[in-house]
Design a protein around this ligand. Structure first.
Ligand code: NAD
Length: 426
């Protein structure tokens, strides 16, 4: 089987929308590739005195709507094609959320598990030195992605400011609140998902208290989504997560509803739940895949990509009315077709998990004006943005009888295409 290439997937998704929108050839050509790509070598003096050269890159997919913004990954298997795909997806995510930013992504081929903190600091500083002229708080804002931490974001900000000779906190997002980070950033993706879910339930005439949910994942996105969903009245009966010791996943079920606090107390910092302690708390421990078979109204995949597939889509209970995608790309195209035919309402990833990108935008603004908002203000603004984005997508889906995912893509790609035309680029 050929290796999974995320850029091919991102491109074929784009081609489908380009066809639906009847985009001109010039627009198609511009948007199917990145505007700019940078690749560089990062020589690092290792703790043992040897020199090791790491490879880094950054991709600017499109900045017609505003400065680029996007994640940075430290991973042994990251590639320019991962960055190209993620950058393109970020362009669409910003566009559907109506935030004036474009999409970027980057990476360094490395495994932080095997690097000391001083070695990681050198990677961060050298990455910034290589690209300082082509990024900036109004050019390209860096945010953390896989294995990139708030500390890495501080080192990068500090190196950028040293080069520029002035404070420039808007250059990175995901920093700790104590040093130019934004309140609400930690909650933003999970809460954003529930702000949109609340609207779906309202449109369906369902009170959250009448619903139950099953969630894949118990990390940042999942736990904040569960917290707010419970606050609005919902009950989560099942969560699943990865078990590092057994190298497999398990699902934890309590028919009367999980208690987020008690389960969080027996969870490690990677979002893995301790089986024995969960059993002692009265949870049934099931095979990981069983999260998808639960008799609930709402499924929330919030762990990994490629989780709802042709193989397991038929296991989804007849009771399920809504799938809210917290993870990026959790549903394969083949499974998506079945879900659409069954009439299950989908909150697609680019809309459902846009809260994190929106809050990075808020952090950029606050850093640029050097004035930081209280938590209520951040979360209030996030709610307004998520709700408005949901309403636009849902109205188009209803008016044009479109699947929600298609409606979200049509709005996103249409906005970027129009910005390119307005600027006279095509
Ligand atoms: P995280 O690392 O905090 O948590 C991941 C969770 O998934 C953990 O509980 C882990 O045990 C679980 N998991 C891993 N493999 C699993 C498996 N095979 N079966 C069941 N559970 C499994 O990650 P996160 O920040 O919560 O992100 C979750 C997803 O959401 C990722 O796909 C991420 O790309 C996407 N996402 C995150 C954000 C964000 O702001 N954090 C924003 C947009 C999208």
């Amino acid at each position: 089987m050929p290796a999974f290439n995320p850029f091919q997937m991102a491109r074929s998704q784009f081609e489908r929308v380009a066809h639906q929108l009847e985009l001109e050839d010039s627009v198609r050509e511009l948007l199917s590739t990145a505007l700019r790509e940078y690749r560089f070598a990062l020589p690092v003096r290792m703790d043992d005195g040897s020199l090791r050269v790491f490879r880094g890159f950054r991709v600017h997919h499109n900045d017609a709507l505003g400065p680029c913004k996007g994640g940075l990954r430290f991973h042994p298997e990251v590639s320019i094609d991962t960055a190209r795909a993620q950058a393109m997806w970020m362009t669409w995510k910003c566009a559907v959320a109506e935030i004036p930013l474009g999409g970027a992504n980057g990476g360094v081929i490395c495994d932080p598990h095997n690097l000391s903190m001083p070695e990681q600091e050198q990677i961060c500083r050298k990455w910034i030195r290589q690209i300082a002229r082509d990024i900036g708080p109004m050019r390209d804002v860096i945010s953390p992605d896989i294995m990139v931490s708030p500390q890495h974001m501080i080192w990068m900000m500090d190196e950028y400011e040293t080069i520029q000779g002035e404070r420039s906190a808007g250059i990175t997002a995901g920093k700790p609140v104590r040093l130019a980070g934004s309140m609400g950033k930690e909650e933003s993706t999970g809460y954003g998902l529930v702000y949109a879910l609340r609207e779906v339930l309202y449109d369906m005439g369902l009170s959250p208290a009448e619903t139950t949910a099953s969630v894949q994942g118990f990390g940042n996105v999942a736990r904040h989504a569960i917290k707010l969903y419970h606050e609005i009245g919902g009950t989560t009966t099942c969560v699943s997560c990865w078990d590092q010791e057994d190298q497999t996943s398990y699902a934890y079920r309590k028919e009367s509803g999980i208690d987020l606090n008690e389960l969080s107390r027996v969870t490690d910092r990677f979002g893995g739940i301790n089986k024995e302690k969960a059993r002692d708390l009265g949870y049934e421990v099931l095979a990981g895949e069983s999260w998808i078979e639960q008799d609930v109204e709402i499924l929330i995949p919030a762990a990994l990509e490629n989780q709802i597939t042709e193989e397991n889509v038929d296991k989804i209970s007849k009771k399920v009315k809504i799938i809210a995608e917290g993870a990026d790309g959790p549903t394969t195209p083949a499974a998506d077709k079945v879900i659409e035919e069954r009439g299950i309402f989908v909150l697609p990833d680019l809309l459902a998990n846009a809260g994190g990108a929106i809050c990075s935008y808020f952090e950029q603004i606050q850093g640029n004006i050097n004035y930081f908002w209280p938590q209520d203000e951040v979360l209030g603004k996030l709610d307004v943005k998520m709700t408005a984005a949901f309403i636009k997508v849902s109205e188009l889906a209803q008016k044009s009888k479109l699947y929600m995912r298609d409606a979200a893509y049509i709005i996103a790609v249409g906005r970027v295409a129009q910005a390119c035309r307005d600027r006279g680029w095509v």
